[in-house]
Design a protein around this ligand. Structure first.
Ligand SMILES: CC(C)(COP(=O)(O)OP(=O)(O)OC[C@H]1O[C@@H](n2cnc3c(N)ncnc32)[C@H](O)[C@@H]1OP(=O)(O)O)[C@@H](O)C(=O)NCCC(=O)NCCS
Length: 137
């Protein structure tokens, strides 16, 4: 029997490889000593940007962050893994779901700490929106 105590959805990371993985360092903390939320957001933006550039096969920019939730804090030394999934594409835009997971340096279990929805637009050399190539191209 499975008991849903409300925490299980935070303890099974996605099965695919993370888009980026990094270790949270002392320089990334806020004045209280936890890892700064802005640092985590920038890592999420970097991961989503990498996924977007791969899909668009070229330069992309962040146009919107529709939602961002911090479920749990990240602390110094945590291994931080960021998973991305394109959930929608338009003519030039990509909506990307981003999840951040932390694993204590010496532990085996991971926890989901943040998630959000980022939108990227593929741009050309004049910085104007550029149609996405077909996935198979
Ligand atoms: C990205 C940018 C070139 C788009 O220019 P624009 O004239 O607004 O483009 P458009 O109105 O043609 O919209 C382009 C796409 O973005 C989508 N879009 C526009 N505003 C949006 C918003 N607020 N939220 C989500 N998507 C949006 C449109 O729906 C369209 O998608 P589609 O082609 O898939 O249908 C321009 O807004 C820009 O340069 N923004 C700054 C980007 C930036 O500096 N980011 C931070 C650093 S990476």
């Amino acid at each position: 029997m499975t008991i849903d105590d409300g925490t299980s959805r935070y303890t099974s990371p996605p099965s695919e490889a993370p888009t980026i993985r990094v270790v949270a360092m002392p320089a990334d903390t806020n004045p209280a000593g936890d890892i700064f939320g802005g640092w985590i957001m920038s890592q999420m933006d970097l991961a989503a940007g990498s996924r977007a550039a791969q899909r668009a096969r070229g330069r992309c920019v962040t146009i919107a962050v529709e939602s961002l939730t911090f479920h749990q804090p990240v602390v110094i030394g945590d291994e931080v893994s960021i998973y991305t999934r394109i959930i929608k594409t338009g003519r030039t835009s990509m909506v990307i779901h981003v999840e951040t997971w932390r694993r204590e340096r010496h532990a085996r279990v991971s926890f989901k700490v943040t998630e959000g929805i980022f939108t990227f637009v593929a741009i050309n050399s004049e910085r104007r929106p550029r149609p996405l190539p077909d996935e198979g191209d």
